[in-house]
Design a protein around this ligand. Structure first.
Ligand code: ZN
Ligand code: ZN
Length: 356
C-alpha cells in the first residue's frame, strides 16, 4: 500500500452524496500517526453532519458551516485500524499496532482537555470525521499518539464502535446515581447506541432494564442483550403500562433519541427524585410543565459522547467482562451512500461497520 496517498469518501456540498477522492498524504510529522483503516462504524450523527447541522427546535437549525467546518467533509468517527507510520516524536506506538481512535479532539492544552474531557473543550473542536478527515477512507491521520487505544485481541469491528456508540452509552450510564436491584433503568431508543447501553447495563448494573423502542425487531434484540422487559412507546396508554410494569420504580431514564416525545416520555417515566439523561440528537424542544421539576425533585441533564479516559475504561471493561453482542452489520466502504440511506430510513438493526 502507498502511504503517500489516501482514498476518502467525502461530500463537497451539505446534504450531497459521498464521492471517492484520491488525495496526497504527507508523511506524519511530530507526534502524528498514520493508520490503515480496517473498520469504521457508521453513526446516526453522520446524517446530521451530512445535512450540515442539527434540528434545534422551532424550525431552527444549527450550522456546522457557521461553526467553522470546511468542505469537503470526510465523515467516520468510529475508526479502527492498524498503525502504518509514525511521526519522529511518537513513543510507545509502532507500525503493526492494532488500535481504535478517540476522535473527539479539543485544543489539547486547556484544563478541560488536560483532565481527559477533550469532547467538552470550549476553545476548539477538531473532531475526526467532522472538522478533520475521518475514517470513511483507506487511511486516516491522527494528530497525536495519545488518541490511540490498543485493542489487543478484541474483535476490531466491535471495538471500533466503542469510539462513539460505546463511550456515548458508557458516558450516559456513568452519569446516573448508584441503583439497586429493586430499581429500573429505562433505555429510550434502541438503535446502535441504545442497544450498546442495554448491553453495558446488563453487564455492569444491578438494576432491571426497560428497553423502549417502536420497532419490534429492536425490542427483540434488546431482550436478547439483557433487557428485563421491552415496550412499544407508541402503544395506547404506553406511559401507564410501562410505569405499572416497572412497579413505578424507574430511577433513571436514558434518552438515546433526544426528540420531543422521547424526552417527555423519559421525564414522565422516572419516579420521584429520578434522573433523565438526554443523549440523542434527533432534535426539537424539551417541553415539560415547570412544576414537575420541584414536585418530582427531577434531574434532567445531557451527555455528549465521553472522555478519552472513558474510552480506555470501556476497552478495559470489554477485556474483563463478556459484553453481550450488539448486532453488527458489516458492509464494504464503497456502499457508504446506500448504508447512510438505510440508516436514515431506519432499516438498520444494531450498528453498521464499513470496511475499506
Ligand atoms: Zn457518533
Ligand atoms: Zn481544550
Amino acid at each position: 500500500m502507498n502511504y503517500r496517498c489516501v482514498h476518502r469518501w467525502s461530500f463537497s456540498e451539505w446534504g450531497g452524496s459521498l464521492a471517492l477522492r484520491e488525495e496526497p498524504l504527507e508523511p506524519p510529522s511530530g507526534r502524528e500517526v498514520t493508520l490503515r483503516v480496517t473498520h469504521c462504524g457508521m453513526c446516526h450523527s453522520d446524517l446530521h453532519i451530512q445535512a450540515g447541522g442539527f434540528d434545534m427546535g422551532g424550525g431552527k437549525l444549527s450550522s456546522l458551516e457557521r461553526a467553522g467546518t470546511r468542505l469537503p467533509v470526510t465523515m467516520g468517527h468510529e475508526i479502527g485500524g492498524e498503525v502504518v507510520e509514525v511521526g519522529p516524536e511518537v513513543t510507545g506506538v509502532a507500525p503493526g499496532d492494532r488500535v481504535i481512535v478517540y476522535p473527539w479532539l479539543g485544543c489539547g492544552d486547556c484544563e478541560v482537555c488536560a483532565r481527559g474531557d477533550e469532547q467538552l473543550c470550549s476553545k476548539v473542536a477538531r473532531n475526526l470525521g467532522i472538522q478533520l478527515p475521518g475514517g470513511y477512507a483507506d487511511m486516516v491521520r491522527v494528530p497525536h499518539e495519545r488518541y490511540l487505544v490498543p485493542i489487543g485481541d478484541l474483535d476490531p469491528a466491535r471495538a471500533a464502535t466503542f469510539a462513539c456508540a460505546g463511550i456515548t452509552a458508557w458516558g450516559a450510564i456513568r452519569k446516573l446515581s448508584p441503583v439497586t436491584s429493586d430499581d429500573w433503568i429505562a433505555v429510550v431508543g434502541c438503535g446502535g447506541v441504545g442497544m450498546t447501553a442495554v448491553a453495558l447495563l446488563s453487564a455492569t448494573s444491578p438494576a432491571k432494564i426497560a428497553a423502549i423502542d417502536p420497532d419490534p425487531a429492536k425490542r427483540e434484540a434488546a431482550l436478547a442483550n439483557g433487557a428485563t422487559a421491552a415496550f412499544d412507546p407508541g402503544a395506547p396508554d404506553a406511559l401507564r403500562t410501562i410505569g405499572k410494569a416497572c412497579g413505578h420504580a424507574i430511577a433513571g431514564a436514558l434518552d438515546f433519541v433526544g426528540g420531543e416525545s422521547s424526552s417527555a416520555m423519559a421525564a414522565n417515566l422516572v419516579r420521584r427524585s429520578g434522573e433523565v439523561v438526554i443523549v440523542g440528537l434527533f432534535g426539537g424542544e424539551f417541553r415539560l410543565p415547570v412544576p414537575m421539576f420541584p414536585l418530582k425533585s427531577l434531574t434532567v441533564r445531557g451527555s455528549y459522547v465521553a472522555g478519552l479516559h472513558d474510552l480506555r475504561e470501556l476497552v478495559a471493561l470489554a477485556h474483563r467482562v463478556e459484553l453481550p453482542k450488539v448486532p453488527l452489520d458489516l458492509r464494504p466502504l464503497d456502499s457508504v451512500n446506500q448504508a447512510l440511506a438505510d440508516l436514515a430510513a431506519g432499516r438498520v438493526v444494531g450498528r453498521v461497520v464499513l470496511q475499506p
